[in-house]
Each structure stands twice: as structure tokens, then as C-alpha cells.
Design a protein around this ligand. Structure first.
Ligand code: NI
Length: 396
């Protein structure tokens, strides 16, 4: 394997830099998809260009379709951030940037396809490669959800998938390391918007109106308290209000105040309960202050739950290629989220993390930072882990 990885590594890193220069937002990744497909063309790998409701998705299958099918997935979209890395291959698209490293994930998967294509006859499985748009959609839409609906797992696009794997570059882990965990790895990422409608008046005569700002403030504080009263103390949930809009002048009580936030939970039951609790509490606080409530719940991604056996496979493959001391079991879930969760709702699989921090450094910028850049030294790590877990799939 190593000779093949070395053979394709330089071109894979070059592709990563090309993708970094042309970041595109969710469902608009046309240049990105074209660059990925051009490299697949050069490699002689056939693919499906676009699926229902996701024209920028690319799906390729290599190997004997009569064998069990393992899927490998990369996300291809970027973020609405102005890049400040100063890199030679920095974004050429103003206000857009690969600040989550999806350029690295996408290129790594192309490199993996190049290696596995040369080994296809000896593989125990056929492999489906999925370059997925719109991982960053959050409450506004998920590429994974659309691809699952289009049939990327169930046999309508290539063979039926038995198991699926994906990776994410991770600041805080040294480059060359791999980490994951069985069970829930990442949280559900639901959102909400609550608008408290009162009655505006002069700030000197508050008794003539109904103050939506005081009402919304009460709600913000209450949403910080209820998890401790309504959730099992050993379960995890977090509510963050990140938007608060109200008012135009210091001496005017406005007609309305709006808050928006994110609610993170680790189980389906927790999701249902936090949604009900947030609406009930906003409703009650609005009523207590004689205000009206307009409430919207915005379902986001489900929790990302790794299959225990597939997590064991990733751990074994990672230890084989990076060394036993370079694989780290993750002790507890993160409250971040990933739309890889939609695949894991349908088939077993494992999402894992690969280190981004340069050797000998204090660390690297965080995900979604305007200075983040996927570490080129991790491209080979991702390729090796993907290739090794495919080679081991189904073998005890
Ligand atoms: Ni990401």
C-alpha cells in the first residue's frame, strides 16, 4: 500500500491546494465538483455526476459490485468567512473559505480512490466514494440528508452500502494521530427562534406598554437554568442563545424582541425533550409578561452515533498504519455536530478524527477560524487509514 500512497500523494496534496483556492458554499460547489471529477477522469475512475436534489454530489464505485459494498464519504463545501491565512493557495473567492478543512477531506478521498483503484481486484469489498455537498448547512439543509433520500445507501445509486466511514481533520490532535469512539461521538444540532411580541411605548412610561426586552431577557436566563432541572445530571445538553435582536433607541420600549439559539443533545429522547422544554418555557414567560410568542423549532442534524464493531475496525486499521500509540480512544462525546449522522442512522459505520496540529507546535487555529488550513501532512494519514480499513473489512 505504501508505494501506492507515495505514488499518489503529491497529486492529492496539489488537488487539496486547488480546492482550497476555490471554496464554494453549500449546494453551489460546481467548480469544486468539476475539479474532483477531472482528477477522477485522469485516474480512469467512472462516477455519477450529481444525484437528485444535489447536482454537485459525485459518487464513484470501484471493485466487484457482487461483493459487499463499503462507502467512504468526504464533504466538499466551504464557509462564508474571509480567509486570513496569507497562504500562496489562499481563497480566490472573496468572503468564502475552506475553514473546516473540507478541501483536505475531499482531496484525501480522491487520493484514496486512486490507491484502491489499483488494488480493486484483491479487495474483499467494492468501495463507493461519496463527495457530498453542504455539510455546513445546519438548520438550512444537509447534503447527507439529501443523498440518503436520493438513494446513495440503498442501492439506487451503485450497490447497497453495508457500512460507511468518514473522517474530519481535528485541531488539538497532533498530525499523525487518529481518534474516535464507539457510540455517540457528536451531538444533535437543533435550533430555535423565539420572538416576544409586546407593545412598544415611551421608555419613561413602561406601564403603558408591555416590554418584550425584559421578557426576552428572562427567557435567555431561564434557558440557561432548565437543563439542570429537567435533564438527568449524567446526560448532556447545552442551550446557547447566540442572537438577540431588539430596540432602536434608549428611550423606546420596542414592540418585539427576538432570540435565536442552538440546542445540543446526545440522544433522540434528549432532542424531543429539549425542544418541548424550550418552547414551553418561552411560552410561559411570554404569558407571564402579557406578551405573545412566535416560536420556530429548526431541526438540525441528529446525533452522530458510531457502531461499536465499525469503531473497532477503524481503531485496528489506524493502529496498523499510524502505530498503536498514535490511536486515541475518545473518552466522551463532543457537543459539535456533523451531518454524517444521517448515514449512520441507516447503516453501521464510524466517523473518526485525524490530527491537524503540526509536529512540534503548540497547536493550530480552530475549525471555522479565518486562519485554519488543513495540514498537508495529514493527507497521507487519511489515505492510509481509509485504505487499510477497506482491506480489513469483513476479515476477523
Ligand atoms: Ni467540517
Amino acid at each position: 500500500m505504501e508505494a501506492l500512497v507515495q505514488k499518489h500523494l503529491r497529486r492529492t496534496i496539489d488537488l487539496r491546494h486547488r480546492l482550497h483556492r476555490i471554496p464554494e458554499l453549500m449546494f453551489e460547489e460546481h467548480q469544486t465538483a468539476a475539479a474532483i471529477r477531472a482528477q477522477l477522469d485522469e485516474l480512469g475512475i467512472a462516477y455519477t455526476a450529481g444525484v437528485t436534489d444535489a447536482p454537485t454530489a459525485t459518487v464513484a464505485v470501484i471493485g466487484d459490485p457482487g461483493k459487499p459494498c463499503v462507502a467512504l464519504r468526504a464533504d466538499i463545501d466551504a464557509l462564508p468567512i474571509e480567509e486570513k491565512t496569507g497562504l500562496a493557495y489562499a481563497s480566490t473567492h472573496p468572503g468564502k473559505m475552506h475553514a473546516c478543512g473540507h478541501d483536505g477531506h475531499s482531496a484525501t478521498l480522491v487520493g484514496t480512490a486512486a490507491v484502491l483503484n489499483s488494488m480493486a481486484a484483491e479487495l474483499p469489498v467494492c468501495v463507493k466514494f461519496i463527495w457530498q455537498p453542504a455539510e455546513e448547512g445546519g438548520e438550512t439543509g444537509s447534503g447527507a440528508e439529501r443523498l440518503v433520500a436520493a438513494g446513495v445507501l440503498d442501492g439506487r445509486i451503485g450497490p447497497k452500502v453495508e457500512a460507511i466511514f468518514g473522517l474530519h481533520g481535528w485541531p488539538g490532535l497532533k498530525v499523525g494521530t487518529v481518534a474516535s469512539k464507539a457510540g455517540v461521538l457528536l451531538a444533535a444540532t437543533d435550533g430555535f427562534k423565539a420572538t416576544f411580541v409586546g407593545r412598544g411605548c415611551h421608555g419613561a412610561y413602561p406601564h403603558l406598554g408591555r416590554d418584550p426586552i425584559v421578557t426576552a431577557c428572562e427567557a435567555v436566563l431561564n434557558l440557561q437554568q432548565f437543563v439542570s432541572r429537567e435533564f438527568d445530571p449524567t446526560d448532556s445538553a447545552v442551550v446557547t442563545v447566540g442572537i438577540f435582536h431588539a430596540g432602536t433607541a434608549t428611550n423606546i420600549i420596542p414592540d418585539q424582541a427576538g432570540i435565536e439559539g442552538t440546542a445540543r443533545t446526545l440522544t433522540a429522547d434528549g432532542r424531543r425533550r429539549i425542544a418541548a422544554a424550550i418552547e414551553r418555557r418561552c411560552d410561559g414567560i411570554a404569558a407571564a409578561n402579557d406578551c405573545q410568542l412566535r416560536f420556530t423549532w429548526k431541526p438540525g442534524y441528529p446525533p452522530t452515533v458510531n457502531d461499536p464493531a465499525m469503531s473497532d475496525l477503524v481503531a485496528a486499521a489506524a493502529k496498523a498504519v499510524v502505530g498503536a500509540g498514535q490511536y486515541f480512544p475518545i473518552p466522551k462525546p463532543s457537543m459539535g455536530g456533523e451531518d454524517f449522522a444521517y448515514y449512520l442512522e441507516k447503516v453501521p459505520g464510524c466517523f473518526f478524527l485525524i490530527g491537524m496540529d503540526p509536529a512540534g507546535s503548540e497547536g493550530c487555529p480552530t475549525l471555522h477560524s479565518d486562519r485554519y488550513d488543513f495540514n498537508d501532512d495529514a493527507v497521507g494519514v487519511g489515505m492510509r487509514v481509509f485504505v487499510e480499513l477497506v482491506r480489513r473489512f469483513g476479515r476477523a
